[in-house]
Design a protein around this ligand. Structure first.
Ligand code: SF4
Ligand code: SF4
Length: 167
């Protein structure tokens, strides 16, 4: 993934894709979940996360209590020591987040150093498997200029819906 090129494309496309997602909030075409599944498969044939890692470099996961317990045990630390070393508590939400970006567990080869025990939030990102898909429109909207896979998926969905549906 060429991140500089992605950023330029995202800047050009964002308004149109955001308008598409907003319309999708109000009207969902019939059989849309099948359209999403096909477009998502095509997206992952084009996007390789190991050449990107933009999420791990520019965003933070939210750590649940179970995440902290599991990862701390994996690292031979107590949950308290783990939080103290790597996390901060967001005042408004009370969520535990990474203090630093890129994520401290991202390896130089763009792979996750704690992949088997990574936070659930990381395992689910970029949430393309969530159904009904349109329940997560705000998430995709927020990630359009952060995740090349999400931008590609929403671009494909917009093109398909505009071509194949009376919408
Ligand atoms: S999930 Fe998105 S941002 Fe993260 S590595 Fe894959 S394409 Fe890049
Ligand atoms: S824990 Fe792993 S997958 Fe999650 S942000 Fe850090 S490096 Fe990326």
């Amino acid at each position: 993934v060429d991140i500089a090129r992605f950023r330029r494309r995202a800047a050009r496309r964002k308004a149109g894709l955001a308008a598409f997602l907003q319309k999708l909030d109000a009207i969902v075409p019939e059989g849309f979940d099948e359209v999403v599944t096909a477009a998502d498969t095509a997206t992952w044939a084009e996007v390789d996360c190991t050449t990107c890692a933009n999420c791990c470099k520019t965003m933070t996961p939210t750590y649940t209590t179970a995440d902290v317990k599991r990862i701390a045990a994996h690292l031979g630390m107590t949950p308290i020591a783990f939080r103290k070393k790597w996390l901060y508590k967001e005042e408004e939400t009370g969520d535990w987040m990474n203090r630093q970006q890129p994520c401290q567990f991202l390896r130089p080869d763009n792979l996750c150093g704690i992949y088997d025990v990574r936070p659930a939030d990381c395992a689910e990102f970029p949430h393309h498997n969530k159904r009904p898909f349109d329940d997560y429109n705000d998430t995709y909207l927020g990630n359009l200029d952060k995740c090349p896979a999400t931008m590609e998926l929403v671009s494909k969905l917009k093109a398909t819906v505009e071509r194949d549906f009376e919408w």
